[in-house]
Design a protein around this ligand. Structure first.
Ligand SMILES: [Zn+2]
Length: 183
């Protein structure tokens, strides 16, 4: 599903590493669209990730996200590194190895990415663009205990100190507007 909608470079690399890792394209759902990936999963994934692998039990498919907007495409091996790594996760899942990462960029998975792509450990550790953190926009406060929490966006949260789970009675309120971003 959907491999044909990937940009050329990504599609070529997915095919290359499916073959290298002896994986079937029939079992794979792959997308460069984070919204589509989130629909497959039924939950959100962080916008900052470069790629993701999840096995979907109901359709019995391996879902892979290649989050192009986060990958540093100026680095010649960056896209290849992300794709190889996600397909190594798929290989592991099929082989029954559910351990995941011990330490991203430094573990046995990183070693395999190095082996299979010919990239250096240095490259394997840094295929992504630096995360741009937006500035704090609001200060939320708890009327019950006085806790103050900065936030980048508006939302409905309750006080983590007063309520272990979301509880409307301890909903945080905006107590201060910080400057508009960048101005
Ligand atoms: Zn509180």
């Amino acid at each position: 599903m959907t491999i044909d909608r990937l940009p050329d470079a990504a599609r070529r690399l997915v095919r290359k590493y499916l073959q290298r890792l002896d994986l079937s394209i029939d079992d794979l759902w792959v997308t460069a669209d984070r919204n589509e990936f989130q629909r497959w999963l039924g939950r959100r994934v962080s916008a900052s990730i470069g790629g993701a692998y999840v096995f979907l039990p109901l359709p019995q498919k391996h879902a892979v996200l290649i989050n192009l907007e986060r990958i540093d495409l100026d680095q010649p091996r960056a896209l290849e590194i992300v794709i190889a790594e996600e397909l190594i996760h798929m290989r592991d899942w099929i082989d029954g190895d559910r351990r995941g990462h011990a330490r991203h960029g430094y573990d046995r998975i990183a070693t395999r990415v190095v082996d299979i792509t010919g990239a250096t450990f240095e490259e394997v550790r840094s295929p992504l663009l630096p995360v741009e953190r937006r500035p704090w926009r609001y200060v939320y406060g708890c009327a019950a205990c006085g806790l103050l929490i900065p936030r980048r966006r508006k939302g409905g949260w309750s006080c983590p100190r007063c309520a272990p789970r979301f509880d409307r009675r301890y909903q945080l309120e905006i107590v201060e507007y910080l400057g508009r971003d960048g101005h």
